[in-house]
Design a protein around this ligand. Structure first.
Ligand SMILES: Cc1ncc(COP(=O)(O)O)c(C=O)c1O
Length: 454
């Protein structure tokens, strides 16, 4: 196959050639490499952007496919054709109400004036949530126009996402960083961070409209789970000071957290009393189509009376019928799974999660303290221990380069994260044999890195 993709400037430096993923079979991707060779790679990262494969994925795509096929036939015949998308100033597609109905089954609350903003990618969903939190302020609180963001956090690409550094512009006007726990903290250190957080809130709450929390971190802390009791304490203190609490579940949501059979971790942890807005995205429309958004617990009636609208990052936000139809299928399948309905496979997120944990812990134990394991459900990470690196005079980026090389030799591709580590976020419908294959390949790769490094 001729490769001519070097003018795509993506994650690799500009004018790089990229490998081409020609086909997928579950987690196994068939690639044509830059040198023309072919390779089968076990892609086990993918940043939670995919959820199902095989027949289940086919089932999620079918209704939208048939709808689109009918629209194309009508277009070719010069007849009235089904709406595929519509500029949202003109109307919304019929699939919008089916989507909202499917989503409503998963909400952690039963308020009647909840509302949902739809966007295309996660970073915009976070910005929409923050915009809404600013608008939810009362007149008395109008001077509060900042958002609190964890000192370690990631909510999208550096250019726009809150929490990240950017080369484009400074976000210091809008965001303030609060102390948060890390996987390397002892329980005492976590408590200390919490008291620093309370002091921080006392100092800054008069400027803050909202606080943004990742209940299970994504790439910035390699799937580290915010200890639930501490998480609740963080939220309670924010609510005491009238802050809007936004839970960013773009990475850990969709039931991936495995904490209970629920879409949102907020619901699994019974935090709905404290949480005002939840974001979602990534695999909600299977990953084949982009869709993201945020749900606001209540206040829609007030917004309506005050004539307030919601930020739209994309003029067509929420209007792509194929995205909405795929999302309806995903949400309905997950609803059936959570209800133990025999009509869908039992993904067994928890027992697969336990296996993943066992496999990664086994690898970490043999790494002489180089890696720690974080995670739950089907969202796992192995994070480089910076203290071990410092003691062994190891450069984090060199260890990461070596890990990439060794993973490449083993034909396994986790998600390499800039903080120093990897994430493993399997599809829900992979079988345990694939998880074992992930474990074997990662074990061999990490064993070589440890031999070379320590
Ligand atoms: C916690 C979190 N929020 C938001 C985003 C942004 O999502 P997207 O990449 O779809 O913009 C990410 C991306 O990984 C994330 O990890």
């Amino acid at each position: 196959m001729a490769l001519s993709n070097q003018h795509f400037a993506g994650r690799a430096p500009a004018l790089s050639q990229h490998n081409v993923t020609v086909s997928k079979h579950g987690q196994y991707h068939s690639q044509v490499l830059v040198n023309g060779d072919t390779k089968r790679v076990l892609c086990c990262g993918l940043a939670c952007s995919e959820i199902f494969s095989g027949p289940l994925l086919g089932r999620c795509l079918m209704s939208g496919h048939e709808y689109e096929q009918q629209a194309i036939e009508n277009l070719l015949e010069g007849e009235n054709a089904q709406t595929l998308s519509v500029h949202t100033s003109a109307g919304v597609p019929a699939a919008m109400s089916t989507f909202l109905e499917a989503l409503s089954k998963h909400l952690p609350w039963s308020y009647s004036d909840w509302f949902c903003s739809l966007q295309s990618e996660g970073a915009s969903a976070v910005l929409a949530a923050v915009d809404l939190s600013f608008q939810l302020r009362t007149e008395k609180e109008a001077k509060r126009w900042k958002v609190g963001v964890a000192s370690t956090s990631y909510h999208g690409p550096p250019s726009t996402a809150l929490g990240s550094k950017t080369t484009l512009f400074s976000k210091s006007e809008v965001q303030m960083m609060y102390p948060c726990p890390s996987p390397f903290d002892s329980p005492e250190e976590m408590e200390l961070k919490f008291s620093e957080y309370v002091k921080w809130l006392d100092n800054h709450c008069s400027d803050l409209a909202s606080i943004l929390i990742e209940p299970q971190w994504g790439s910035s802390q390699c799937a580290f789970v915010f200890p639930p009791a501490l998480l609740e304490k963080y939220m309670v203190e924010a609510k005491k000071r009238n802050l809007i609490v936004i839970c960013d579940e773009i990475m850990c949501g969709m039931g991936r957290h495995g904490a209970a059979k629920t879409l949102f971790l907020t619901k699994a942890l019974h935090l709905q009393r404290h949480v005002d807005i939840i974001t979602f995205g990534k695999s909600i429309a299977t990953g084949a189509f982009p869709l993201s958004g945020c749900v606001v617990k209540n206040g829609g009636g007030d917004f309506n009376t005050r004539g307030k609208t919601v930020m739209q990052s994309h003029t067509y936000s929420g209007s792509c019928v194929r995205s909405l139809m795929a999302a309806v299928e995903v949400l309905n399948i997950l609803d059936a799974y959570f209800r133990n309905d025999d009509a869908v496979p039992n993904f067994d997120i928890n027992s697969k999660g336990k296996l993943m944990h066992q496999l990664l812990e086994g690898i970490a134990k043999k790494s002489n303290g180089l890696f720690v394991v974080n995670g739950q459900g089907l969202m796992w990470g192995m994070m480089l221990n910076k203290d071990t690196c410092a003691k062994g005079n190891l450069d984090v980026s060199e260890v990461m380069e070596s890990l990439k090389e060794e993973c490449n030799k083993q034909d396994v591709l986790p998600y390499f994260v800039p903080v120093g580590g990897i994430m493993v976020t399997p599809l829900f419908d992979v079988d345990k044999g694939v998880l074992k294959d992930i474990g074997t390949k990662l074990a061999l790769a990490i064993e070589s890195v440890v031999k070379k490094s320590l």
